[in-house]
Design a protein around this ligand. Structure first.
Ligand SMILES: Cc1cc2nc3c(=O)[nH]c(=O)nc-3n(C[C@H](O)[C@H](O)[C@H](O)COP(=O)(O)O)c2cc1C
Length: 253
């Protein structure tokens, strides 16, 4: 009898032991699930990544906002600089027929580098021939006549600019006469500003653009100009851009 009781007690203890071991093992698997929640904390770290992803998006948004904000800033910055230029397409010296004028190419680079606004001087009545020798004849006659060809379009409000880059091809060793029309019509509005001349040419360099600009617009400060070969504008744009960058970097405006 007492042996039976002992056996029964042993059985009960064994069952108790088995139950407690099972409970432990369940507890272990729970903590495992929890720790696998940590990867889902990893998920939350993915969420953090997602947040991180969101962050760039937010950054993107803020990047979007930044330009907008900056764009206000940029606008007001860029609105302080204007590039005025005259340029011709058609047949040009040494480059054949071009559909993007040499001076226009330099003007665009300047605007790129300085975040500037543009004004292209376009003849009101475009009487300029598209063939080179005919164009040189018309230009020579305008120069001999001291003509003031009219330009089209409305000049932007110049009072919002501090610095005005002004460029043109050298025509017969001088500014094209249409540029004198622009200078004279806007002399008062340009007085007091920093003016920066640039030319494209095929050998004449700046051709006195700076001095002529200075005497056409009394009261302005004319900064160091830049002269670029027309042919390079079509065929060596990397080196032209380099020259433009270096030149701008050396200007104080
Ligand atoms: C009417 C005319 C006159 C020119 N006179 C000169 C000149 O005196 N000296 C010079 O180096 N290049 C002269 N050229 C060459 C231009 O200055 C050069 O091709 C310029 O890059 C053209 O620029 P664009 O394409 O912006 O009009 C003349 C070109 C033309 C059409």
């Amino acid at each position: 009898m007492s042996k039976n009781i002992k056996n029964l007690i042993c059985l009960i203890l064994s069952l108790g032991l088995i139950l407690s071991l099972t409970a432990c093992s369940n507890a272990g698997s729970n903590s495992k699930n929890q720790s696998s929640a940590a990867p889902s904390g990893g998920t939350s770290s993915q969420a953090a990544d997602a947040d991180d992803k969101t962050a760039p998006e937010q950054t993107d948004e803020s990047a979007n906002e930044t330009p907008a904000d900056n764009s206000d800033g940029n606008d007001s910055e860029s609105s302080r600089i204007l590039v005025v230029y005259f340029s011709r397409t058609g047949e040009q010296y040494t480059v054949g027929v071009i559909d993007h004028g040499n001076t226009a190419i330099v003007a665009e680079m300047i605007a790129d580098e300085t975040d500037a606004d543009f004004f292209e001087v376009v003849p009101e009545d475009d009487h300029y021939p598209m063939t080179y020798t005919e164009l040189t004849d018309v230009a020579k006659k305008e120069q001999n006549d001291n003509a003031r060809p009219a330009y089209a379009g409305e000049v932007p409000d110049l009072s919002q600019y501090d610095t005005v880059f002004i460029g043109a091809p050298v025509w017969w060793g001088d500014w094209p006469m249409i540029m004198y029309t622009f200078f004279e019509e806007n002399a008062d509005a340009l007085a007091g500003k920093s003016l920066v001349p640039f030319s494209t040419h095929e050998g004449s360099g700046l051709s006195g653009f700076d001095k002529k600009l200075s005497s056409s617009i009394p009261g302005s400060t004319v900064l160091r100009g830049l002269a670029i070969r027309g042919n390079d504008c079509q065929n060596k744009q990397d080196s032209v851009r380099e020259s433009v960058k270096n030149w701008i970097a050396g200007l104080e405006f």
